[in-house]
Write a protein that binds this ligand. Sequence first.
Ligand SMILES: *[C@@H]1O[C@H](CO)[C@@H](O)[C@H](O)[C@H]1NC(C)=O
Ligand SMILES: *[C@@H]1O[C@H](CO)[C@@H](O)[C@H](O)[C@H]1NC(C)=O
Length: 277
Amino acid sequence: MKLFRIPMRGSVLWAILTQLLLCRNGVFAGNGTKACKLGTESSSQRKVLERLEPLAHRNLSVEVTEEKEKYTYVFQLCGDAGGVPNAGVIQKKIDSKDKPTIIGSYTSTEVIGGSDWVMLLYHNGDKYDSHCNQEERKAMIMISCNKNTEAGNFEVILEDRDRLKDCFYLFELDSSAVCPPVQSQLSAGSIILIIGFCFVAVYLIGGFLYQRLIVGAKGMEQFPNYAFWVEVGNLSADGCDFVCRSKNREEAPAYRGVSADALDEEPEERDDHLLPM
Ligand SMILES: *[C@@H]1O[C@H](CO)[C@@H](O)[C@H](O)[C@H]1NC(C)=O
Ligand SMILES: *[C@@H]1O[C@H](CO)[C@@H](O)[C@H](O)[C@H]1NC(C)=O
């Protein structure tokens, strides 16, 4: 039975340890943003992209009415939006067989990140027909922190095309992915405390069950290693007594012994003792 109990405590400990490690480092280390090609590759931009990982592999879409025409915009992070190869954002006319217009491509990405927001730019869209000097379309997606949603509503803010160059489509999206990391991560000290607490709990419960069910102990005896802990308690009490207690109290009874009260009582007692004789 003893042999069985020890490995069980070990496995409980391991379960707790791995749980804590997983919580600390985050379980997500995928590569959902790898497909995005940066205009100029840089590790700082990659880092910002990695923050967006929870948004990967989703088509986010919105319907809008512009000049009596209905359109759908579809956005995907580093993946084919609406299934159109290389497109990060597409615009599709509803109820029409027209090919979707690519607003921006994830193969030409630029990304800027702040403490609680990320601005994603997709260049290399389809060329304008008449506006903007027929330059390529460009999508800007402003992703803001919202703790309550992993991927909120994808919204069209404006299409700025009445200028000669640098036209853009602006979109907005709320996501918890860009929120600053929560500072409540467990410190090493509290992990040790938790592990220690678990040890004590497992020891108490396991020992209690063992004493009660296997040994058949009753009452206080059910505590694991009861005799040992009683001995520890007594020894530490003795130690404390020896170290902390001042001598005054021990001497006190001696004075009381010779006090007036004690002297008065003694003869009476002696008398009582003699009476029955
Ligand atoms: C991550 O990338 C590696 C190679 O770069 C690939 O083998 C693996 O399947 C990818 N994982 C996911 C979850 O996409
Ligand atoms: C996105 O939408 C396209 C077209 O509807 C579909 O083929 C593709 O599987 C979707 N991707 C994801 C990740 O849902």
